[in-house]
Design a protein around this ligand. Structure first.
Ligand SMILES: Nc1nc2c(ncn2[C@@H]2O[C@H](COP(=O)(O)OP(=O)(O)OP(=O)(O)O)[C@@H](O)[C@H]2O)c(=O)[nH]1
Ligand SMILES: [Mg+2]
Length: 246
């Protein structure tokens, strides 16, 4: 039984070594990392290759030619992991320390009892550090809005720090996921809800990135919130597909 953390990167040269080292230190030999780099011009992919040699066989790198989006990077990463039977659990995490590796032991523990786990800012004990009031409101409102429209109970609907049992991720029908970034996180959670999977949230403190450039913007968040309606409207299609597929 091994776990694989998927870390998508685009221009994370300032973070990649530190994050991989921190994950290695926080976990044991059964916990591996897959860096999914989109041909970062700043050389992140080359640094990741060095780390793969240094920490072999615990660190792997998937190189994609160019920036093709966070959602697609995760889909590639999940497929890479699902094709390797030793991996039974997967973790999604950012490279910039917002999803701190110190939470991984807790994530692994919760994954033993729940097939889907959310590192959540909006359950008791969770929160955000160094966020302006605008971002706080947008993020909280995004979760409440998604919860109301989709009728699923998750407190942190846009969370990107998640754990998945292999069977749960296979039930997500990755090939039919089309969304990216924030909407990718919402769509995955909604599908877990439609599939009746048990989802457990545990508290994390989400810290804003200290170095490197943000790829997200308020525009992306607002775009995601529009897409929530299409998830809801297409839910029947998704459910029908899933019944046919099983
Ligand atoms: N492979 C790949 N990784 C990406 C892409 N876009 C973003 N990422 C990575 O996805 C993770 C989340 O992106 P961030 O830019 O940190 O997004 P955010 O956390 O919403 O915003 P900030 O923390 O404010 O920068 C980081 O590890 C990025 O390097 C992409 O197109 N391809
Ligand atoms: Mg970030």
């Amino acid at each position: 039984m091994k776990s694989l953390a998927l870390i998508p990167t685009y221009n994370e040269a300032e973070n990649i070594r530190a994050i991989v080292e921190a994950v290695m230190a926080a976990t044991d030999g059964d916990f591996h990392v897959l860096v999914i780099d989109d041909g970062s011009p700043d050389g992140t992919g080359q640094i990741a290759d060095t780390l793969a040699l240094e920490f072999a066989p615990r660190v792997h790198v998937l190189h994609r030619e160019k920036k093709m989006g966070l959602g697609a990077a995760y889909v590639n990463g999940f497929k890479w992991g699902c094709a390797r039977p030793e991996y039974t659990h997967f973790v999604q995490m950012d490279a910039d320390f917002s999803h701190h590796p110190r939470y991984l032991p807790k994530m692994i523990e919760v994954m033993k009892r729940a097939p889907v786990v959310i590192g959540s800012r909006y359950v008791q004990g969770g929160g955000t550090l160094n966020w302006g009031i605008g971002r706080k409101i947008l993020s909280r409102a995004g979760s409440i809005y998604s919860r109301l429209i989709l009728g699923a109970p998750y407190r942190d609907f846009t969370a990107g720090f998640m754990g998945w049992e292999k069977n749960a991720i296979l039930a997500m029908e990755l090939d039919t996921l089309r969304s990216d970034g924030y909407s990718f996180q919402i769509e995955l959670k909604y599908r877990a809800f439609l599939k009746n999977l048990t989802v457990e949230e545990f508290p994390i403190i989400f810290e804003d990135r200290k170095v490197g450039q943000s790829k997200m913007s308020q525009r992306i968040v607002i775009e995601a919130l529009k897409r929530v309606w299409s998830f809801r409207l297409n839910r029947r299609k998704f459910l029908t597909n899933s019944v046919e597929a099983h």
